[in-house]
Design a protein around this ligand. Structure first.
Ligand code: KG4
Ligand code: ZN
Length: 335
């Protein structure tokens, strides 16, 4: 049968999401229940609270995904679920739910790597086809990946400390902004001067595709303290804009550089940070200048969602991947 329909389930962090996707590309429904409001008051995701909310919500989210797609389980050809990386208790909820459905309905079951899921968001819709270089930048990950083919990756670089989104979240917290910090900094930066402060950039030597964001985070905190001690008024928009420009310049430079080194003229971005407006505009400008084709997923497919998992599961399945029903959650799963 062509046009296989996959149900994708994602519960690795604080979004309970389920989605029905046809042929790995056409999103028939995408339900995302975000717990952000619940975790906001703690300034970050509390793992046990996340697991408890997933278990209360997962049934409703899956039912709604099927309803919105105007289908039922009889129309589903396979179940794809994130099994790592992520919070173990959170992962286990989606994984157990997906396995139970697969077992009850005797459907193929595919465990999906969450980072591969983010990359696969690029296949949704009009789509993008490998080979391309993908920057995956989210709250938990920062990877530069050469996507040679569906499911075939070469990791060119990764963060040695904080993930890019994590840096946004930590700096935002220091500036007194809410959680998650990325969207807040993105918004506030539009009112600030990006050249107010110059912070250091790490690992900018040629051919190094690793990232480090703890240096800039510390530099921002030190500058904030300095201003406070000297009684200099703190313009948080200037801080936000200067920090954002620094990080986005590093991400943009390395992504374009990797494309040149690998001689690949297609690039893409994925993960929560991929919805950053400066990253999108700066990349667009630089890619055009270098004659490189840039693709980015719609914002809703950049942050965690079930559609990207259904898409990854579909392409895994087409390459022959099937997972066992005793598949465990793997919190530190690598790509
Ligand atoms: O992919 P995602 O939803 O979850 C993880 O797998 O981590 O990414 C969430 C991260 C958070 O750190 C959030 O601050 C960041 O993505 N983020 C952004 C923006 N929107 C979300 N960072 C910068 N600019 C944004 N507009
Ligand atoms: Zn994610």
């Amino acid at each position: 049968k062509k046009d296989l329909i996959f149900l994708g389930i994602e519960t690795s962090c604080d979004e309970t999401s389920a989605s029905v996707v046809k042929s790995g590309k056409y999103v028939l429904s995408n339900i995302i229940y975000s717990q952000i409001e619940i975790h906001k008051k703690y300034g970050g995701v509390v793992p046990e609270i996340a697991s408890r909310h997933h278990i209360e919500t997962i049934g409703e989210v899956v039912t709604k995904a099927l309803d919105d797609a105007e289908c039922n389980l009889d129309d589903i050809d396979g179940i794809a679920v994130t099994y790592g990386p992520g919070l173990v208790g959170a992962l286990l909820v989606g994984l157990s739910y997906g396995k139970a459905l697969a077992y009850a309905r005797d459907l193929p079951f595919v465990g999906v790597n969450h980072i591969e899921g983010h990359i696969s968001a690029n296949y949704i819709g009009e789509g993008f086809e490998p080979p391309f270089i993908c920057l995956v930048a989210s709250g938990g990950h920062c990877h530069l990946v050469y996507v040679k083919d569906y499911g075939e990756y070469e990791v060119l670089g990764r963060t040695v400390d904080d993930a890019a989104g994590e840096a946004f979240d930590k700096v935002a917290r220091a500036l007194g902004l809410g959680y998650p910090g990325g969207p807040e900094i993105d918004r506030l930066s539009k009112e600030g001067n990006p050249d107010a402060y110059v912070f250091p950039k790490s690992f900018m030597e040629n051919g190094n595709f690793d990232f480090s964001f703890s240096g800039i985070k510390t530099a921002v905190l030190n500058q904030l303290n300095k201003n406070r001690m000297k009684g200099i008024e703190i313009n948080i928009a200037d801080f936000a804009a200067s920090f954002q420009k620094n990080v986005v310049e590093v991400l943009t430079y390395k992504l374009i550089e990797a494309a040149k080194v690998k001689n690949i003229n297609k690039i893409s971005i994925a993960g929560g940070v991929a919805s950053n407006s400066l990253l999108r505009s700066m990349l667009k400008e630089k890619a055009e200048k270098e004659n490189i084709l840039l693709h980015y997923p719609e914002a809703v497919f950049c942050t965690d969602n079930g559609a990207m998992i259904a898409s990854a599961g579909y392409f895994d399945f087409m390459r022959g991947k099937r997972s066992d029903l005793n598949l465990n959650a793997v919190p530190y799963l690598k790509i």
